[in-house]
Design a protein around this ligand. Structure first.
Ligand code: NAD
Length: 355
């Protein structure tokens, strides 16, 4: 018909969901449901504020009545679920919120979506998709060799990973048991604009700019496979349009770095991009701190399937993406200050020290 399609995005005021919404608005009508926890910030969506193709709704994915109402009144052709509690350290201090959102409320979302999809007919029913966005952390840890494939066994090691694993299993079961056309994506570590400054990359940037110690866990030798957030968002869009129901797609940047290498790269970029910084060389701020319990040693993703079947590959390299990211944080220091002060809808949690 050529008419613009509607999608329901959950968690679209967070880091990845927010980047996704910024890319999707215009191509789709986006109904954006987000609870605005500390990690969700409306300022991230300033660029699409008031846009006719963006409707923001504050609420929880576990609110059945609200979700059912949004589905019935907007009739989306897809739901993309980003909503989750996501910080591993917080899950170690308090796993309950993770089980609440990532398991209990995800189940409520599945129930609402199943009811909606079940009542669709014909082409609407055939083309409907639920895309559930998940992480490579569900696969546990790797030795020096090998990579995670879609066939790798689930071996989550943190409460965060366990709660995401549980949600993945529920999504799979809703596909196998009830036929819900759901797709799961498992992606490696993301970095880029609008990431809450508790995660490694923005934490390193903000600490370095303040001349404060940059904490690195253990020996810093943990290996992560980094992907620029917009590349992840483009992969999700591809899965939404062309992915097959019931399938799993691993997404990764083919960019393995140790945490120490990542932190050193950022410090080097700051040395270059902030001439005359009183804190240069920023690498001298690196401080090794006691390792996180249960810390996974290495993650690496084999993204061959999404490359072969859907033709997706990342546009940014680790170097180009990291430079874009550091530049963004330099140009948007106000965003960091305001989200950390909880001025944009987040409940103030404060991030004094390392958690
Ligand atoms: P984030 O913490 O930045 O954002 C999560 C968003 O979900 C926030 O806006 C928050 O307000 C919202 N939210 C939380 N609980 C909610 C609830 N009950 N109802 C509605 N909204 C709620 O997280 P992120 O880094 O953007 O991650 C998004 C998704 O991608 C998560 O499912 C995460 O597991 C997955 N993922 C993240 C990474 C990464 O490196 N950040 C990598 C792979 C997968």
């Amino acid at each position: 018909t050529g008419e613009k399609q509607t999608i329901l995005v959950t968690g679209g005021a967070g880091f990845i969901g927010g980047n996704f919404v910024l890319l999707a608005v215009g191509a789709y009508r986006v109904v954006n449901l987000d609870a605005l926890t500390y990690a969700g910030n409306l300022e991230t969506l300033a660029r699409v504020e008031g846009h006719p193709d963006h409707l923001f709704v504050r609420g929880r994915i576990g609110d059945r009545e609200l979700v059912e109402h949004l589905l019935a009144s907007h009739r989306p052709r897809a739901v993309v679920n980003f909503a989750a509690e996501t910080h591993v350290d917080r899950s170690i201090d308090g796993p309950r919120a993770f089980v609440q959102t990532n398991v209990v409320e995800t189940l409520e979302l599945l129930e609402a979506v199943l009811g909606y999809w079940g009542a669709l007919e014909g082409e609407e029913r055939g083309s409907f998709r639920l895309v559930h966005v998940s992480t490579d952390e569900v696969y546990g840890t790797l030795g020096p060799e090998g990579r995670f494939t879609e066939e790798s066994p689930y071996r989550p090691n943190s409460p965060y990973a366990a709660s995401k694993a549980a949600s993945d299993h529920l999504v799979r079961a809703y596909n196998r048991t009830y036929g819900l056309p759901a797709i799961i994506t498992n992606c490696s570590n993301n970095y880029g604009p609008y990431q809450y400054p508790e995660k490694l990359v923005p934490l390193t940037i903000t600490r370095a700019l303040e001349g404060r110690p940059i904490p690195v866990y253990g020996d810093g030798g943990q290996v992560r496979d980094w992907l620029y957030v917009e590349d992840h968002c483009r992969a999700i869009a591809r899965v939404l349009e062309e992915g097959a129901p019931g399938e799993v797609y691993n997404i990764g940047g083919d960019s393995e770095r140790t945490n120490l290498q990542t932190v050193r790269t950022i410090c080097g970029l700051l040395d270059r991009l902030v001439p005359g910084s009183p804190h240069a060389p920023h690498g001298s701020l690196i401080t090794f701190v006691e390792d996180r319990p249960g810390h996974d040693r290495r993650y690496a993703i084999d993204a061959g399937k999404i490359g072969r079947e859907l033709g997706w590959r990342p546009e940014e390299t680790f170097e180009s993406g990291m430079e874009k990211t550091v530049r963004w944080y330099l140009e948007n220091r106000g965003w960091c200050e305001r989200v950390m002060a909880g001025k944009y809808g987040g409940e103030r949690l404060g991030l004094g020290g390392r958690r």
